[in-house]
Design a protein around this ligand. Structure first.
Ligand code: CA
Length: 373
């Protein structure tokens, strides 16, 4: 939607009772972006009892809580027409079976992160986070206004799933180490729990990525199976107790600068819903996303203050290390895009949006944060 300065000035000159033409068409176009081609019934009496399977451990703080928060909003907004029972990973199906369970209708909804499904389609990784990608607000901008969501929907439609943004972890931390990282040499031979594309970057740096599930990290680190690990941010990492067994807590989480989480709905079911329930699911997902991201930021900030009081050694990766890791990351993303047509298509859109938004973030957020240091 493009509107001229003349339209804009005319618009703001008119009283609030009548919406100006440009604003009406502006709102109209946005509301109409995704036609909800369902039955026209506005209020049907049909009641739904759904299951939501998630990749999070049962009652997982913030991320798992956001699922219950979502279910509560949906129940309230729909006047009880949709009741959703949330299951932690392993309660109904194992965490990594969420995708297949929802697409096949074994559960109506799922929650997790799209990069867990790289084995189904490698391009899904771009919808969560990639090394040296975009932060949370940039990711949400790409997805909602920059065409990312359409690409995500297109890929998931082939798996009979409808994706929605389901939260964001915010910028993650770089991880826990038992030796200081002063140069790239310190990454050589390092065995680190660093899944996905981040692990591929570590490999280029001469390290060894090790796959460990969340529950195995602590003992792995304690027993020397791994030398280092990343997980989430201060809040969850502290609850996991990593500060007891690792010396240094590094920042930033270059490998996951703002991981987008997802809600998924079985597409056959979604398509059969009346329009008001479709709109309720989308509105509730947007609200739960806001709640989750704000929660992560707040809890992580509170925990960081506690960690500092307790003397946890917090270190930043040297610029030289980050510069080299960024070069390796670009190589890894290029290799991924070259190996898979869909990843190429998504990466092109991702890269184009990143090139658009970084100069803007650079003269706003970056300068602002530098000024308050
Ligand atoms: Ca992580």
């Amino acid at each position: 939607m493009k509107f001229s300065r003349k339209d804009f000035v005319k618009g703001i000159g008119i009283g609030t009772l009548t919406l100006p033409i440009w604003l009406r068409s502006f709102l109209g176009e946005n509301w109409a972006q995704e036609p909800l081609n369902g039955p026209e019934t506005r209020i049907s009496e049909k009641k739904y009892q759904w299951k939501m399977v998630t990749t999070w451990p049962p009652n997982f703080p913030v991320l798992g809580e956001a699922c219950t928060y979502f279910a509560n909003i949906v129940r309230e907004m729909s006047g009880g027409r949709i009741e959703i029972k949330v299951y932690g990973g392993g309660e109904l199906v194992p965490a990594l079976e969420v995708f297949d369970t929802v697409r096949s209708g074994g559960a109506e909804m799922g929650c997790g992160a799209s990069y867990y499904w790289a084995g189904k389609s490698p391009a899904t990784q771009f919808f969560t986070s990639v090394p040296f990608g975009m932060n949370a607000q940039q990711m949400h901008s790409w997805l909602i206004w920059g065409g990312g969501m359409e690409l995500w929907e297109e890929i998931y439609a082939d798996f009979n799933l409808v994706p929605m943004i389901g939260g964001n972890t915010g910028m993650q931390m770089g991880g826990w180490f038992n030796r200081e990282i002063k140069s790239m040499d310190d990454l050589k031979g390092l065995k680190m729990r660093l899944p996905g594309l981040g692990g591929k970057v570590l490999e280029k740096a001469g390290g060894t990525p090790v796959l460990l599930a969340g529950g195995e990290i602590y003992t792995g680190l304690e027993r020397g199976v791994i030398d280092a690990t990343e997980w989430l941010g201060p809040y969850h990492d502290y609850l996991a107790g990593f500060q007891q067994i690792a010396k240094y807590y590094y920042t930033p989480g270059w490998h996951e600068p703002g991981s987008v989480l997802e809600f998924t709905v079985n597409k056959t079911l979604y398509d059969s819903l009346p329009n008001d329930l479709k709109a309720i699911l989308k509105a509730a997902a947007a609200q739960a996303t806001n709640w989750c991201f704000a929660g992560m930021e707040t809890k992580n900030a509170e925990q960081l203050a506690i960690m500092k009081q307790e003397g946890v050694a917090i270190r930043s990766f040297p610029k030289e290390v980050l510069d080299q890791l960024r070069i390796y990351s670009e190589e890894v993303l290029e290799e991924l895009a070259s190996s898979d047509a869909r990843s190429r298509k998504v990466y092109d859109s991702f890269k184009k949006f990143k090139a658009l938004i970084n100069p803007y973030s650079g003269i706003t957020e970056k300068l602002f944060f530098e000024s308050i240091e």
